[in-house]
Write a protein that binds this ligand. Structure first.
Ligand code: ATP
Length: 437
């Protein structure tokens, strides 16, 4: 079959003990050096609530063909730099790519992990973007995806083949909102060892490059660009302007990277979230719900805070311990406050894990200042007992509790958006910096 260009999608090659699917992008670029890369390699994050994900539920997609238009750097491996073109065409057959992609996947995936079920696709056409939307927001069945790719190029699956869902969904993404990430990778002999990055250089980079985000956790005083896992990633810098990413990367001091790749991504876009009524919230979904606090926050073991909201139906919301000072805001919520909660839904116990919070309005609260004055003689009335109202000793006039003098109390929080500390944010969550800029 001849196509204009081909799309290669890969997923599920890594395990908790090593590798990272994004590493394969640079391997593919080198493997298919004689073809042109069209557009940035893509890193597409899918439903963060999928129970069988390794970490961040990410899959990659690269497009090859004959490049047209301007070219720009997208990858470097040691001294070799690779470029991509703005546009492309060609007359390629997916089968030209099959063995090369298989070689890259097979020499990298973590075969020993039962949760690693790789797959790749080489497609001549992008599947409908509805697949991406389902895969980022819901659970997709493997059989549905097999049907979608048949007759449109080829695919290969390993073990239970579940990776086909992510691999195909990554190809089907048509960016609306988008961000970029430059990911740097370590020398092979460093894999699994501690990463040595200079904290001060990350802070300085964060200050200097305003188009980047989630670099440094000022609350925790820690670097947020480097993972803790034994994977090949040294660090990743995310941002809105791809042209800032190479200079931002070069500003980081410490361990030297062996290679880097710039990805176009759906990270930081909130595309996993859907506005829903509480009664319509399903399993493994991420939601935006609007409601009133009906049970104020209580602290549970581990330092997590749980509060309940209602829009007619009720659901618990959780601000987990790693969200840090965000919990301080949550702890000030009172019954009657009106909120929009953004987060992922845990099934058991059924709870929204809060990723972001908008306080729409705070319930006005008043504090008792003093007893009311007698409407006849003007003297201060006396209490007639607990919750029994007031009584004037002289005139014997009575007044209810509500007649007490009250003045408004300032709430320590105000309406607006709040989010967890940098290192507790999800890949897909749109940081407030991107909302407010
Ligand atoms: P990393 O972020 O470190 O690359 P990961 O968290 O991406 O790892 P994977 O190893 O890719 O984890 O595992 C995710 C698995 O879930 C893949 O097999 C993928 O095809 C599948 N998957 C992704 N999204 C969905 C979805 N919406 N419905 C069903 N399965 C999905």
């Amino acid at each position: 079959m001849l196509a204009m260009t081909v799309y290669v999608g890969i997923d599920d090659t890594d395990s908790r003990t090593g590798m990272c699917t994004t590493y394969l992008a640079s391997e593919l670029i080198r493997e298919f050096e004689e073809y042109d890369l069209i557009g940035y390699p893509r890193l597409v994050r899918l439903n963060p609530n999928i129970p069988w994900k390794t970490r961040g539920n990410g899959a990659i997609c690269l497009r090859f063909g004959k490049g047209r238009g301007g070219k720009f750097p997208v990858c470097r491996i040691e001294d070799q730099e690779f470029f991509a073109f703005e546009r492309g065409d060609g007359s390629l057959s997916p089968s030209e790519f099959e063995e090369g992609v298989a070689k890259v996947v097979e020499s990298h995936f973590m075969t020993d992990d039962e949760n690693t079920n790789p797959a790749f696709v080489v497609l001549s056409r992008k599947p409908a973007s509805s697949l991406y939307w389902r895969a980022v927001r819901d659970v997709v069945a493997l059989e549905d995806v097999k049907r979608l790719v048949s007759g449109n190029g080829l695919y290969r699956v390993y073990k239970n083949g579940r990776g086909l869902i992510g691999a195909t969904s990554a190809v089907s993404w048509r960016p609306r909102d988008r961000t970029y990430e430059i990911i740097t990778y370590r020398q092979r002999d460093k894999w699994g060892t501690e990463r040595a990055l200079k904290k001060g250089s990350v802070m300085a980079m964060d200050e200097r490059f305003d188009s980047t985000f989630n670099n440094f956790d000022y609350e925790e005083d820690g670097i947020a660009i480097a993972p803790n896992s034994p994977c090949p990633v040294l660090f990743g810098i995310r941002g809105d302007d791809p042209e800032d990413l190479v200079p931002a990367m070069s500003a980081i001091r410490g361990e030297k990277a062996q290679r880097w790749t710039i990805f176009l991504t759906n990270q930081g876009t909130d595309e996993h979230l859907v506005k829903r009524r509480i009664r319509n919230i399903g399993k493994n979904q991420s939601v935006i719900v609007q409601g009133k606090v009906v049970k104020p926050p209580r602290r549970i073991q581990g330092g997590h805070l749980i509060f309940r909201i209602s829009d007619g139906d009720e659901i618990d919301c959780a601000a987990y311990e790693p969200s840090k000072k965000f919990r301080k805001v949550v702890s000030e919520l009172l019954e009657g406050d009106e909120l929009t909660v953004y987060g992922s839904v845990r099934d058991k116990p059924r709870t929204v894990n809060v990723e972001k919070l908008q306080i729409n309005s705070l319930k006005a609260i008043k504090e008792k200042e003093g007893n009311p004055e007698c409407p006849q003689c003007g003297r201060r009335m006396k209490s007639a007992g607990s919750n029994a109202g007031y009584r004037c000793r002289r005139c014997h006039v009575r007044a209810g509790e509500e007649k007490a003098k009250r003045s408004p109390v300032a709430r320590p929080i105000s309406p607006g958006f709040y989010e967890p500390t940098v290192s507790a944010r999800r890949h897909l969550s749109k940081p407030l910096k991107r909302i407010q800029n």
